[in-house]
Design a protein around this ligand. Structure first.
Ligand code: OS5
Length: 231
């Protein structure tokens, strides 16, 4: 079973409309949709916004649905100047930019017995690169920084870039990564740019959420069709 998470309903609805054999399971206050895509069994859910919600959803997928891979699909704010609205980027590494226990001598983002940077699965990343080549789509890769903040400020954006060498920012990826690290589940995080995390971010996000979320979802489904999980 392949798990696919988005944070918002707009990020998962383009996935759900393409599934067959849809069944809905309510666990806690969230809905988990099982179904099939190209012969693969999937479970899809939107977590709601932020790290805690994303961690709950990823954990439920592991405990309840016994997923063997987890893919995240959604939108992000661009930090790297080369990323434009609609561009795709996958995470090679994720970090929590809002973790700060530097008072104890730890680097920003670091948690003892957890670490700071979470590395995504190389095999899934290779499948993403193959998918991009087949579709002739530009696919960026790099560091995605996660925190419980919608970044809409050039100074804050620069700080995240300098501290973590981040390419994009969002609010769920590193939480999913942390859960997957805990349970040893291979994971992949894809984001399509919806805004530049600057003063216009709120407006741009509202304008481009749906279109960018669809670009990410379409790419994720092309990847699902290439995964070797056939049950
Ligand atoms: O999930 C949150 C993170 N997403 C990625 C992202 C991002 N993260 C940080 N900084 C940026 N500049 C980013 N750009 C893209 C997007 C999402 C951001 S939080 C959006 C909240 C929008 C909203 N608030 N209320 N509603 C929508 C209405 C509503 C009503 C009922 C149910 C759900 C929503």
């Amino acid at each position: 079973m392949i798990g696919i998470i988005g944070a918002m309903t707009e990020e998962v609805s383009p996935l759900l409309i393409r599934l067959t054999n849809l069944q809905t399971h309510t666990i806690g206050n969230n809905k988990y949709h099982t179904g099939r895509y190209e012969g693969r069994e999937v479970v899809v859910a939107y977590s709601r916004i932020g790290k805690v919600n994303a961690a709950v959803t990823a954990t439920v997928m592991q405990q309840h649905f016994h997923i063997d891979k987890l893919l995240f699909s959604g939108v992000a704010g661009a930090i790297n100047k080369s990323l434009k609205i609609g561009d795709l980027i996958y995470a090679e590494k994720l970090v929590q930019h809002d973790v700060d226990i530097t008072a104890f001598g730890h680097p920003l983002g670091f948690i003892p017995e957890t670490g700071d940077f979470f590395a995504t699965d190389p095999a899934l990343n290779t499948i993403a690169e193959e998918t991009a080549r087949e579709l002739c789509v530009k696919l960026g890769k790099g560091v995605i920084a996660t925190g419980d903040q919608f970044i809409a400020d050039p100074d804050h954006k620069d700080w995240v870039q300098k501290r973590f060498k981040a390419d994009a920012v969002e609010m769920e990826g590193a939480a999913v990564a942390c859960v997957c690290q805990t349970f040893q589940i291979p994971y992949f995080v894809l984001r399509a740019i919806s805004d530049q995390a600057d003063m216009d971010a709120g407006f741009n996000f509202d304008e481009f959420l749906v279109s960018s979320a669809r670009l990410s979802a379409d790419f994720i489904l092309r990847m699902v069709a290439k995964l070797d999980t056939a049950k």
